[in-house]
Design a protein around this ligand. Sequence first.
Ligand code: FA5
Length: 351
Amino acid sequence: MSLLEKSEIIKKEFETDRAKAVSDAKPEAVEALRVSYLGRKGKVTALMEDLRNVSKEDRPAAGKAVNLIRQFIEGSIDELKSQARSWELAAIINREPLDVTLPVDEQKQVGSLHPVSIVRQQLIKVFRSLGFTVVDGPEIDFDFFNFSALNIPDHHPARDMQDTFYVDAPEKMLLRTHTSNIQIHTMLNERPPLRVIAPGRVFRCDNDMTHTPMFHQIEGFVVDENITFAHLKGTIDTFLKAIFGSTLKTRFRPSFFPFVEPGAEFDVECGVCKGKGCRTCKDTGWIEIGGCGMIHPNVFEAVGYDSSRYSGFAFGFGMDRIAMNRFALPDLRQLFEGDYEFLGHFPVHSN
Ligand code: FA5
């Protein structure tokens, strides 16, 4: 029998065997079919070996025919393999019928609060207990609220302290660089006495171990008659103790912000190295938490308050820095990488 005749017979046999495998509808039947035709001792493999015995003249035509058969069988088996997956699924569904009335599985993964949310909730609780109300404000704002009304006119060098993302808009708009814009919105809408906090997102073109381009601040301010720096210091001390406990060291340093006079910054002992000095605190032993001071008369003027009658203090600090220190995180950026494994471990009541 010639090789061409043999090929034809094998093709017919394959078609019969394939129909059988389809009616079996089992992945094992497909595998058995593959082995009996394409396996080491399979019919197609034997056919290929027979090619060696064909004369030189007849070999090209015979080779072509055998190859066509092989391709046909390989293609059919590939098709059957993908069908086999749906047979398998159908078998599972038949074996284990779905009962939609059964109770759901016990939930294995439960959500948890983000470390910054934990800190935010705790801060709001502390400040509410001191009589502060919570307000909100725009993250995209006019230059006026973020800078000019805060005694930072155009071309003032202090603008360079906060690398700003500007927004393409007909009027000068930007992503707020700090929550201090809320001071202006609130003072324009309300009259003293004021005792307000405003937590929210802010944005700066910044990125290293203690700086991220989006971060969270909480602004606070008090405006009334006879408000002094002692009120400011007492408030900051109270909240730092409430958040960090009374054993962690904290300090005040004189500093400059155009919207306060005098101004200060406050630091806490680095939570990673406990004040010894490390990469996170740049070997200083301290992490800067925020700025504060007595509201500048020019700010009162911008919102139409009488600065000879009213005085006030304001502060603004980084909630992410607090979270970083509270949970001893070496790198602030970890908070925003969206790693559930990492974010799921922070205890809500750790203080
Ligand atoms: C301000 O933003 C002032 N508005 C604070 C203020 C309010 C002063 C009211 C006086 C009166 P400063 O740029 O220093 O100040 O930022 C305040 C805090 O935000 C910093 O101490 C730090 O804790 C945090 N912070 C600043 N930049 C970043 C950043 N890129 N990533 C994370 N936290 C930051």
